[in-house]
Design a protein around this ligand. Structure first.
Ligand code: GTP
Ligand code: MG
Length: 196
């Protein structure tokens, strides 16, 4: 799979306004500021495909990118951002769970978590939903450049052990957009899903 051909298709304000539910789709989800947009840019080798920001909550729309006809990558808005009103958070969570359950073309979910604080309640909720929907998950522990190789490895092992409670197919890898660490492995798993 060539990831470098990714191009922006559309920004959807909600799940009902996404492109037709056909082909293969992989969604990127995670808390605000986890590094979703940065990971998308790194994987597609395009500096500014997805907008990144120091301000959490930057991605408010569902951004749809296409690699080739019928193969899409989706940048979902971050969840759990403190400044978003509680009611909106609940609405988004509900929409997300419906998307995971009902989107036929969704063949894999990338869950991004900062390696320094992974598996918050809301991340666990997401992993639970994915597991219930029998959706394979790649959990990327992002910003792994912030840890030395030793602690980085032990954190990956700890999270791998912790996610076994959800059952299902959850793979855990460290990742750094800044240094390109874990890039080949991430692309390998996404290719697997995109080639089904
Ligand atoms: P929202 O769209 O707000 O939900 O955020 P996001 O998950 O898309 O995060 P984004 O990619 O915008 O990155 C958030 C911040 O983390 C930015 O300041 C990035 O520069 C930084 N960041 C992202 N990836 C890395 C990384 O691998 N290493 C380091 N050190 N910083 C990173
Ligand atoms: Mg973003």
């Amino acid at each position: 799979i060539n990831f470098n051909t990714a191009r922006f298709i559309t920004s959807a304000p909600d799940i009902n306004q996404m492109p037709a539910d056909s082909g293969i789709e992989i969604a990127f989800a995670g808390r605000s500021n986890a590094g979703k947009s940065s990971a998308l840019n790194t994987i597609t080798q395009q500096k500014s495909l997805a907008r990144t920001s120091k301000t959490p909550g930057r991605t408010q729309l569902i951004n749809v990118f296409e690699l080739s006809e019928g193969k899409r990558l989706i940048d979902l808005p971050g969840y759990g951002y403190a400044k978003v009103p509680e009611e909106m958070k609940l609405k988004w969570q509900q929409a997300l769970s419906v998307y995971l359950q009902q989107r036929e073309s969704l063949k894999g979910l990338v869950v991004l978590m900062d390696i320094r604080h992974p598996l918050k309640d809301i991340d666990q909720q997401l992993l639970q939903w994915a597991s219930e929907s029998r959706l394979p998950v790649l959990a990327l522990l992002t910003k792994c450049d912030k840890l030395k190789p030793g602690p980085r490895k032990s954190e990956v092992l700890r999270v791998r052990e912790a996610v076994t409670v959800f059952g299902g197919d959850i793979r855990v890898e460290s990742f750094s957009s800044l240094k390109g660490l874990g890039l080949d492995r991430a692309r390998e798993i996404l290719s697997e899903w995109l080639l089904q």
